[in-house]
Design a protein around this ligand. Sequence first.
Ligand code: SF4
Ligand code: SF4
Length: 170
Amino acid sequence: MTHQHPISKTINDIKPDDPVKSCKYIEMGSCFALAGVRCCVHGSIESPLIVTAEEIRDNTVSYDLVVQRNQELLAAITGLADGPTGECKTCGNLVDKKYKDVNFEYMGGEPLPAGLNIQHYTECNQRCTYCFYTQTNTFMKPQYSIIDYLDLFRKNGKLRGDNWIDFSGG
Ligand code: SF4
Ligand code: SF4
């Protein structure tokens, strides 16, 4: 199913000194989940999809689109636009900022716990008996290329090092 992202009508109206709510995961995090890319997943808390697996497979995702989707999420969380907010609105990682201090340009650049989180459900070649995926035989192949997504940032000089990378999801 395609995840819908309404275009914000107000994001361009935000002034540099306007107060907004943001977090480091919206600004620089990425969780590569089965359904697509989110800013974060922390246990049972997750932000909405920024781009879907289908969009990445269809090659319709650009660097500018990712930046725009993050702006839309910030606008929705701040109450300036409608749109999916997942569990962001009640998340303790949100901080009050001025819009001019928010930066969506880069991926990574700080060792945030699970800041780059690969939950890609790669078909695992082990079969640990205690594993949920072994017991339910639900190993899944990757649904899209993480490398293609990272390349959107790398080719624009916007992929930074010094990251905390989590691997999970089978
Ligand atoms: S506000 Fe919380 S749930 Fe939303 S992206 Fe930031 S850390 Fe994740
Ligand atoms: S996903 Fe992890 S726990 Fe499960 S079978 Fe593979 S290595 Fe073992």
